[in-house]
Ligand binder design. Structure first.
Ligand code: NAP
Length: 182
């Protein structure tokens, strides 16, 4: 049996590592698939495929890591994406907690779905790691030691794409000369 562990890994964190360590021995083959491989330098997807791959390789140099590009959020796009996931990986099972992924795999492929339990606290989440990096809070304990340095070298990129100024940096309403209604 070949298992496919799919995720965006923006960035890889302790929850992802927990899933891999829990499942990899259960299957003869185990491949990591990096989704939204065509996306980078945007708020939800700051890192490129290559950067995400290098981070994961720091922990799992022996595992196969493949890219998978998105196909658009239409019915046709979803169908095409699921078929591509099966074709490209030759997997028998997909490990995912994402309900859309589970639905598409069941509907459009012959692969099984394996839903892992949630590992660790809510802070084991890519969104939370990005938020902490962007706001200068402590994030290092949320990612495995084996890839901490690699992520550290990319924090500037994550900070840069996360900033969405509504006003000039440092703007505070109480310091405004006149109200916006004026
Ligand atoms: P993700 O947020 O990186 O998560 C990867 C997997 O790890 C998810 O199953 C996630 O479950 C799990 N995980 C994360 N933290 C965990 C924890 N603490 N304990 C246990 N499990 C944990 O990736 P994703 O959003 O699921 O990735 C789906 C990919 O498929 C995306 O790239 C998406 O664009 C792609 N996709 C594309 C199409 C299309 O092109 N039409 C359609 C569907 C999907 P949780 O999220 O529950 O934590």
């Amino acid at each position: 049996m070949k298992a496919v562990y799919l995720g965006r890994f923006q960035p890889f964190h302790e929850g992802h590592r927990g899933v891999i360590d829990r499942y990899r021995e259960e299957f003869e083959e185990f491949v990591i698939v990096i989704g939204s491989a065509d996306k980078s330098r945007e708020q939800e997807n700051p890192l490129t495929f290559e950067e995400r791959k290098e981070i994961i390789e720091g922990c799992y140099p022996e595992l196969e890591i493949l890219p998978l590009e998105d196909e658009g959020k239409t019915e046709e796009g979803n169908r095409k994406w699921a078929a591509k996931l099966e074709e490209k990986t030759g997997g028998d099972a997909v490990i995912s907690r994402n309900s859309l992924v589970q639905e598409l795999v069941r509907e459009h492929t012959s692969m099984e779905v394996e839903e892992p339990d949630k590992i660790g606290p809510d802070s084991y989440s890519g969104t939370e790691v990005r938020r902490r990096i962007q706001s200068g809070e402590e994030w290092r304990y949320l990612v495995p030691d084996c890839c901490k340095e690699e992520i550290d070298s990319l924090t500037e990129v994550i900070e840069e794409v996360g900033i969405e100024y509504e006003f000039e940096p440092g703007w505070k309403k109480e310091n405004a000369y006149h109200s916006t209604a004026d």
